[in-house]
Design a protein around this ligand. Structure first.
Ligand SMILES: Cc1cc2nc3c(=O)[nH]c(=O)nc-3n(C[C@H](O)[C@H](O)[C@H](O)COP(=O)(O)OP(=O)(O)OC[C@H]3O[C@@H](n4cnc5c(N)ncnc54)[C@H](O)[C@@H]3O)c2cc1C
Ligand code: FES
Length: 244
């Protein structure tokens, strides 16, 4: 991959749930489940840094991203319309392990559901997804055709189980576990799977360059500090140093 940004033309940019947007770009894109793109939706230097967003789906001539409006960068992207241009760099990082067969559990927390559609589509085992949200569940209608079972939890009980999604999950039923979500949730998942089943986690970190040059995104692993954008974002659960 050449480390240079290219333009993507916006095909659609739709709010699918409060503050959650799905953006589709037209153009020739590549990438594996769990990889991400650095995205810049503005000209000039404010905000200064592009934002990392996971591949949500990839199809002939189109790429989809799912994003939550958190701050200024994602707010600007949410205001863009069909025909506008975005500047993107990718695919970046290492994706999920797709080789394992058998029973596979996907666990997502909040916007951690973003990589799960493209991931579920590309796994060949029997896939079950456990998805937790604060309140509204979203994006699961698109994932449904590619999984055997869906378990939902919401913190306010408005959809599915009231509580955390990890309360529904029994790691002993699976041959592989893949997870993406808030760090505290993934730490719980790593501990639940320890000694029972291999688990891979997609770690979050603030990023500047996205290509391994600035060392701004490092996390602590059993091998020392490693870059989320280069060695990750997907790590084996046992490699990540947890801080209780
Ligand atoms: C590899 C990777 C893949 C990602 N994929 C997605 C995705 O598919 N969809 C999506 O919505 N988001 C994703 N994110 C998170 C996304 O990059 C941030 O939400 C985004 O950069 C926020 O930019 P902003 O300008 O809107 O907010 P800012 O103004 O930069 O920040 C707003 C708030 O969000 C917090 N924040 C910002 N970035 C992060 C981060 N990386 N981790 C934790 N907290 C953060 C800040 O501390 C602040 O409180 C991903 C992050 C990484 C590292
Ligand atoms: S963001 Fe620069 S090294 Fe990862």
């Amino acid at each position: 991959m050449k480390d240079s940004y290219k333009d993507g033309i916006i095909y659609s940019n739709t709010e699918i749930s409060p503050n959650i947007y799905e953006i589709v770009l037209e153009g020739e894109f590549k990438g594996l489940p769990g990889q991400f793109y650095m995205i810049r939706g503005w000209n000039g230097l404010d905000p200064f840094l592009p934002r990392p967003i996971s591949i949500a789906d990839l199809d002939n001539g189109k790429i989809k991203f799912l994003y939550e409006v958190r701050g200024r960068g994602t707010h600007i992207i949410s205001r863009l319309k069909k025909g506008d241009r975005l500047s993107v760099l990718g695919p970046l990082g290492n994706g999920f392990n797709l080789e394992v067969q058998g029973k596979i559990a996907l666990l997502s927390g909040g916007i951690g559901i973003a990589p799960m559609l493209y991931l579920a589509k590309n796994l060949s085992g029997e896939v079950t997804i456990y998805s937790g949200f604060r309140n509204n569940a979203y994006f699961l209608d698109q994932i449904k055709p590619y999984v055997k079972n869906i378990f939902i939890a919401t913190e306010d009980g408005s959809n599915g189980h009231k509580g955390f999604v990890t309360e529904l999950f029994d790691p002993s039923k699976y041959d592989l576990v893949l997870t993406c979500g808030p760090t505290p949730m993934m730490e719980v998942v790593i501990k639940m799977c320890e000694g029972q089943v291999p688990v891979y986690v997609s770690m979050e970190s603030r990023m500047a360059c996205g290509i391994g040059a600035c060392l701004g995104c490092t996390i602590e692993t059993i091998r020392g500090m490693e870059r989320v954008c280069k060695e990750g974002p997907v790590f084996k659960g046992e490699e990540v140093v947890l801080h209780d």
